[in-house]
Design a protein around this ligand. Structure first.
Ligand SMILES: Cc1cc2nc3c(=O)[nH]c(=O)nc-3n(C[C@H](O)[C@H](O)[C@H](O)COP(=O)(O)O)c2cc1C
Length: 200
């Protein structure tokens, strides 16, 4: 039984292309593994707060000296992290926003990127703690970033790959619906992205 975590980061719902592409990836995963459990973490619902001082203080306070508020903040972060720890397969829908990721996804990352949980440091340097997981990225964009002049401006996919690799997740496949603002390309961009999906 494969456990799949689907992280949705477009604020759009029915109109979201990354959501459709991510759902198609989950659909293909279901075909390959008939028995899966699916957990959706939809960042457009139950918005994850941007980090304030109280969050950072909570993350670095020892368990025995936390206030009730700090305990609550820590428990929430640990819940998000446990979803990542439990997953065998992680699907992240990631629209390109201003060459990077959505702010909701960044807020999520700030809550799960924690020493002792998703990575650790030793004298040898950083070590990822989320091992043996597969990551699929469903990326949507108005322009084309997979090739050509804008390739160097893609701070979404290289960032997510670097981050998840830091967490120990090195097996990543990227599928794109791109050129969604480009007449002549936009009409088939989602279809092309869906057709490109390969589950390995
Ligand atoms: C705030 C905002 C910023 C965007 N920035 C970019 C960008 O830098 N490059 C790009 O190609 N498309 C950009 N787009 C277009 C989105 O990537 C595109 O509409 C995509 O389909 C959004 O994902 P979604 O359909 O899942 O919501 C932007 C859209 C919005 C709303």
């Amino acid at each position: 039984m494969k456990k799949v975590l689907h992280i949705i980061s477009s604020p759009r719902t029915d109109a979201s292309v990354s959501r459709k592409l991510g759902n198609a990836i989950v659909g293909e995963i279901k075909k390959k593994y008939p028995e899966i459990t699916l957990k959706e973490r939809d960042l457009s619902k139950n918005l994850i707060p941007h980090l304030e001082e109280t969050h950072v203080t909570s993350f670095f306070s020892p368990a025995e000296s936390r206030t009730t508020e700090q305990e609550k903040i820590n428990t929430y972060s640990e819940k998000l992290i446990s979803e990542l720890q439990e997953a065998d397969i992680i699907v992240v829908d990631s629209p390109i926003y201003n060459f990077s990721i959505t702010s909701s996804l960044k807020a999520y990352i700030d809550h799960v990127s924690r020493a002792g949980y998703t990575f650790s440091y030793s004298e040898k340097g950083p070590e990822g703690l989320l091992n043996n997981k597969k990551l699929y990225l469903a990326v949507s964009s108005g322009s084309i970033f997979s090739k050509g002049v804008y390739q160097a401006n893609d701070f979404n996919v290289p960032y997510l790959k670097a981050l998840f690799s830091f967490f120990g997740v090195n097996d990543t496949s990227v599928f794109r619906a791109e050129g969604l603002a480009m007449p002549g390309i936009m009409e088939n961009a989602l279809e092309k992205g869906i057709e490109s999906i390969v589950i390995d």
